[in-house]
Design a protein around this ligand. Structure first.
Ligand code: HEM
Length: 455
């Protein structure tokens, strides 16, 4: 497991094991991989007695305090969720769309200034980096009411993207030895972890978010209507603010960047789907069905093919595909696929995502193919089953990702805004990008040529 983790291909290994051995595979002395959708939903359900395993310590952004991802105690999790969920569903905040619109405008402005090809003369654009700059700025807009400035700088300021990319394979590799995590969070080993105020890497982002929190907590500062303000209003303490805001950057930027960039890459490489989507967008513009910038409601109501593209993009390339995300079998044990599992057994629910999203049993012989049409051809019953399987992308039940609303809003807006203006082609069709999986995807060199569309 460690070897495959360092190689960046552990997700393929899980998929192969599930194909070879069926819905329950013993992957370690006390560890199993389960790919039975019904069982997974039962494990994750709101009332399930399963709890997060200590593996989740990997999700800590600060050694001394847990965030909602790393927190394992059920009661503490419930309490914390009550305080953070209003922000995630936009209760009491300004419309998330305003912030997203500002970031899309900044990205388009950057493309217009530097990357539009004129004849043979063109400057390649790295979609791997640009999608990440966009997601950092857009989260800054909705979380703090200000962009972090990555699109304006058009570079990885303080290596906040490059350094975590180097660290993630190590974290995932060591994640196979959970006791090492416990050690890593203790003095003096915790000195190797990122710290707020570091000059570079995640620590630099934690420093920026901590400064913004301090600024907002000053008695004289004017309250805003953003996620940070909602966290404060709902009672998060200074320490809790730091860990929850830090987590937003860990969980909510690379994931959205990956969803945008991989959906775009699959579209570029599937010209029939690319053209169909552009035609749908053009027809909607001609019939005045969508504004500029497009609203989330318009995208969901007037662009059915876009909806299919988004669902297919998330299915074929799940943004978080190689996290083990162990949950512990509760007291009394459990029976899965006819096997009795004792209390404490670790069920790798996260490792199931890629295997399920690419399962031929669920999706048919073309499971590995990007084919948005499958979402439009399915009848109601099939659609419900497909939605359930692909929905695992966001976890589920008591462990469900709270960033779902933001994710779909970003995809609904960014993809049509780019495709209505530009045509993208990959610079190197033989190797469109360098991609490795390490919980998130480590994507480099996704160079594209951008041409402005006529008319
Ligand atoms: C394509 C986008 C995304 C995907 C696929 C995704 C997926 C996931 C998954 C699989 C989990 C873990 C479930 C588990 O522990 O079993 C998770 C948790 C989480 N995600 Fe997301 N996520 C996405 C975007 C976001 C965004 C945009 C944010 C925030 C701005 C976010 C914040 C979180 C948080 C805070 C948790 C921890 C929840 C908890 O433990 O209760 N995610 N996400």
């Amino acid at each position: 497991m460690t070897y495959w983790s360092f190689e960046g291909r552990i997700h393929e290994h899980w998929k192969d094991l599930a194909e070879e051995y069926g819905p329950l595979v013993r992957i370690g002395p006390n560890e199993v991989l389960c790919t039975d959708g019904e069982v997974l939903r039962r494990i994750l359900a709101v009332r399930s007695a399963y709890r997060k395993d200590d593996w989740y310590m990997a999700g800590r952004t600060h050694s001394d305090h847990d965030n909602i991802l790393s927190m394992r105690d059920k009661e503490l999790r419930k309490e914390r969720k009550k305080k953070i969920m209003p922000a995630y569903i936009g209760k009491g905040t300004d419309d998330f769309e305003d912030g997203i619109n500002r970031s899309i405008a900044a990205w388009i402005d950057l493309i217009e200034r530097k990357y539009v090809a004129t004849g043979p003369d063109f400057r390649p654009l790295d979609l791997a980096m640009h999608t990440h700059y966009y997601s950092l700025d857009s989260l800054g807009e909705v979380a703090y009411s200000r962009p972090l400035g990555y699109l304006a700088a058009d570079r990885d300021v303080n290596d906040v993207i490059a350094i975590p990319k180097k660290a993630l394979p190590l974290m995932i590799g060591f994640g196979n030895y959970t006791p090492l995590y416990r050690l890593l969070h203790k003095w003096p080993f915790n000195y190797v972890l990122p710290r707020s105020g570091d000059q570079a890497g995640l620590g630099a982002i934690l420093g920026i978010s901590s400064a913004l929190i301090e600024e907002r907590l000053r008695p004289e500062s004017k309250p805003q209507r953003d996620m940070l303000q909602s966290f404060i209003t709902n009672g998060l303490t200074r320490d809790e603010l730091n860990v929850e805001v830090g987590l937003q950057f860990v969980a909510g930027t690379d994931s959205i960047a990956s969803a945008i960039r991989m959906t775009l890459l699959f579209l570029i490489n599937t010209p029939s789907a690319y053209r169909k989507l552009q035609s749908e967008i053009d027809a909607a513009i001609a019939s005045n069905l969508i504004s500029s910038p497009i609203t989330n409601a318009e995208a969901t109501q007037s662009l059915p093919y876009l909806q299919a593209v988004i669902r297919e993009g998330l299915r074929v390339f799940p943004p978080i595909a190689s996290a083990l995300a162990y949950k512990n079998v509760p007291a009394g044990g459990d029976v899965i696929a006819g096997y009795e599992l004792p209390a404490g057994t670790r069920v790798a629910t996260g490792a199931a995502i890629y295997a399920m999203c690419r399962s031929k049993e669920i999706w048919g012989p073309d499971a590995d193919v990007f084919r948005p049409e499958r979402w439009l051809e399915a009848d109601e019953e099939e659609l419900a089953a497909m939605g359930k399987a692909a929905g695992l992308n966001f976890g589920g039940g008591q462990f469900e990702c709270p960033g779902r609303v933001l994710t779909f809003m970003n995809l609904n807006k960014v993809i049509p805004e780019l495709l209505r203006r530009y045509d993208f082609t990959v610079v190197n069709p033989v190797r469109p990008a360098r991609i490795r999986g390490a919980m998130m995807w480590l994507v480099e060199d996704m160079w594209v040529r951008v041409e402005k569309r006529q008319g």
